[in-house]
Write a protein that binds this ligand. Structure first.
Ligand code: ADP
Ligand code: MG
Length: 238
């Protein structure tokens, strides 16, 4: 596992372009970045600046066109499909703007899903899913379907699911984008606590300043490049 001295994430000369009808479209244009264990980073930038593309590469859901991505000492480009899937499943939790819960599965089953992929035994999956739902304040709703709870509660379930395999890295792409301010702050407090108490590294995309202020470092993308990288003063630790 990582030590404090080594970056958890190292990104070097990262480029990504998409082939479109109008020719190649550059989206990331030379990103260099080190992220250390326990950091809490807000990624900001205008719509279309490449934030989601960057997050999907960090989450091993997409590959760069060129450049190197090293995660916990592993050069991602050298891993097989299976190795990559395993690394992603045990190392990374991903939270999306749209929650992405399975509509026909109970909250408990949604939370347990990554443990099923990781081939954990049923009794362990159930116990941990219950414990995670409790942690996000939803232990009484384990047998509900997602449609019976609010958007804020669904995002709490998505966070519980992301934590199922105890990831070192939590990636969140506009996790509060569909939520009102009070609900958003509740979600951010949950993520802050996780970062503070368990040392989970958090990289979170937002375009809202009040949300970004929960983080300790802010990275701003402009046209596929990191234009700003600075320490944030924290207001979320009240
Ligand atoms: P952000 O999350 O900052 O809004 P994205 O990373 O989603 O930005 O997108 C950056 C640019 O890449 C946008 O112009 C978008 O249209 C383009 N893009 C994203 N995904 C694809 C794709 N699969 N094919 C072609 N273009 C894409
Ligand atoms: Mg985006």
């Amino acid at each position: 596992m990582s030590t404090g001295a080594h970056p958890l994430i190292r990104v070097e000369a990262l480029h990504k372009q998409y082939e479109t009808d109008a020719g190649p479209q550059p989206v990331l244009r030379g990103v260099d970045l080190d992220i250390y264990p326990g950091e809490f980073i807000a990624v900001m930038g205008a719509s279309g600046s490449g934030k989601s593309t960057f997050m999907n590469i960090l989450g091993c859901l997409d590959m760069p066109t060129s450049g190197r991505y090293t995660l916990d000492g592993n050069d991602i480009s050298r891993l097989s499909r299976d190795e990559l899937a395993r690394l992603r499943n045990r190392f990374i939790g991903f939270v999306f703007q749209g929650f992405n819960l399975l509509p026909r599965a109970t909250l408990l089953d949604n939370v347990a899903l990554p443990m099923l992929y990781a081939a954990r035994p049923a009794h362990e999956r159930n116990a941990r899913a219950q414990e995670l739902l409790k942690r996000v304040g939803l232990e009484r709703y384990g047998n509900y379907l997602p449609s019976r709870i609010s958007g804020g509660q669904q995002q709490r379930v998505a966070i519980a699911r992301a934590l199922a395999n105890r990831p070192e890295l939590l990636l969140a792409d506009e996790p509060t984008g569909n939520l009102d301010t009070i609900t958003s702050h509740g979600i951010m407090e949950l993520i802050s606590t996780l970062n503070r108490e368990e040392g989970t590294t958090v990289v979170l995309v937002t375009h809202e300043n009040d949300i970004a202020h929960f983080a300790r470092r802010m990275i701003r993308f402009v046209d596929g490049r990191v234009e700003e990288d600075r320490v944030m003063e924290v207001i979320g630790d009240a």
